[in-house]
Design a protein around this ligand. Sequence first.
Ligand SMILES: *[C@@H]1O[C@H](CO)[C@@H](O)[C@H](O)[C@H]1NC(C)=O
Ligand SMILES: *[C@@H]1O[C@H](CO)[C@@H](O)[C@H](O)[C@H]1NC(C)=O
Ligand SMILES: *[C@@H]1O[C@H](CO)[C@@H](O)[C@H](O)[C@H]1NC(C)=O
Ligand SMILES: *[C@@H]1O[C@H](CO)[C@@H](O)[C@H](O)[C@H]1NC(C)=O
Length: 447
Amino acid sequence: MVSLKDDSKMKVVTSPHWKRTLYFLLFALSFTIFIAILYEEELTHIIKPSPWHEFEEFEFENFNQQEEQEEQEEDILVQAVEKDVVIKPFAVGETEKECDVFEGRWEYDEAARALYGEAECPYIQPKVMCQANGRRDKQYLHWRWKPHWCSLPSFNATFMLEMLRNKRVMFVGDHIHRGQFVSMICLLQSAIPQSFQSFETVKPKSIFRASNYNMTIEFYYSPFLLESNREHRSQRFLREKIIRTGSIDKHARHWRGVDILLLNTYTWWLQPRGKIKILKGSFEGDKRKNKIKEMKTEDAYKLAMNELVKWVEENFDPHKTRVFFTSISPSHELSEEWGGEAKGNCYNETTPILDNPTYWGVGSRKGFMRVIQQVLSKSKVPIEVLNVTQLSEYRKDGHLSIYKKHERELAPRDLANPRSYADCHNWCLPGVQDTWNELLYSKLFFP
Ligand SMILES: *[C@@H]1O[C@H](CO)[C@@H](O)[C@H](O)[C@H]1NC(C)=O
Ligand SMILES: *[C@@H]1O[C@H](CO)[C@@H](O)[C@H](O)[C@H]1NC(C)=O
Ligand SMILES: *[C@@H]1O[C@H](CO)[C@@H](O)[C@H](O)[C@H]1NC(C)=O
Ligand SMILES: *[C@@H]1O[C@H](CO)[C@@H](O)[C@H](O)[C@H]1NC(C)=O
């Protein structure tokens, strides 16, 4: 195996000078425009590299002629702001100004949560039905997410279905994202007569159809988004994961044409040594030209995220479609982290972390979070982050734990020590992932 030259460094898309100038310009204009017409919400969209071509054609260098240009610039900014208000697809309203819906706390709400019953949703796989698999505590079902500075809009399945008429929604990513997909159909299915619902799986895809709305919600399994050796029978035995750079289109061509695309990728990138192999070449065919390079996982992740952004920019129209990325889903493997007993994990946890607003587990790597934030914010086609990490960090009680069907018969030794086989990674449904979808609902319709 030959080593790659270090050609993996990121191109800096936005020059600092350009950015500084843009910031300055925005400050100069903010009083005259934004406060006057109260479009503060949209400010954030403009500070980010803009999705509109007007900005790119704009000459920000000749700042000396500012006065002459100012009027013209104002016009363009106002147009852009108005355009954004009008065109953000699916939006029908807005969230209260200055309210970050991802910052908040869990409130116990026996009456209003959960939004459906485990037994009412036929799409939860029996192997992950927590109650049916013996979970007796029920508190975990009844927590409602309350943002600090506003309330979430209440989830209206009929409204969402009306809005999604003739549309395709697609979740893409790993097994965790499959949970969010199932949660979404569970939230909607009670508003669709049974005879109009259908569900089929043809790997790597599952499709839920609501034929009376001509609407589909799909899931496409692609845990790295890029191609990996795990997909190739002959290479599965390899212990080490290998990711092929430049391979986004292998899977992504199946995501073209959808109206709402939701992505995630994280867990599979974590490696014991913090390194992962990147292939330049091909898993099939002529392997003589293959080059493999070992990289820090975060650098490899950045490579993948950049490929993703480039692909989204080339294939999605921000005037018609929306793209979301679900941030890291935390696991709860070490109870010492939240002050629990030694050597414990999520097993036997029945309450969220309520007294530590900054609680953050070591499993959610801050470096990866930075990559998500930095790379996605540069996308010319907005990729909105569903920043579910912090709110899910609190939910040590929300995992499957031991309440799932196991692939193999458990030995007496295991049974004597339940925490040894607890799943502190995937989530019970109904549960935490319904909140992720309530947040999606909020971002989609009330951005
Ligand atoms: C839900 O949305 C539908 C369709 O927009 C509307 O008719 C209905 O009144 C809404 N229900 C509630 C409880 O707001
Ligand atoms: C159903 O939706 C698809 C888009 O997902 C659209 O192309 C098609 O025209 C719709 N069919 C009808 C009968 O409206
Ligand atoms: C589970 O937690 C309860 C109290 O919350 C405790 O009494 C019990 O011993 C715990 N069980 C195990 C097996 O750790
Ligand atoms: C998500 O929110 C956390 C704090 O709650 C923040 O530290 C992090 O940068 C945010 N991530 C992204 C990708 O926006």
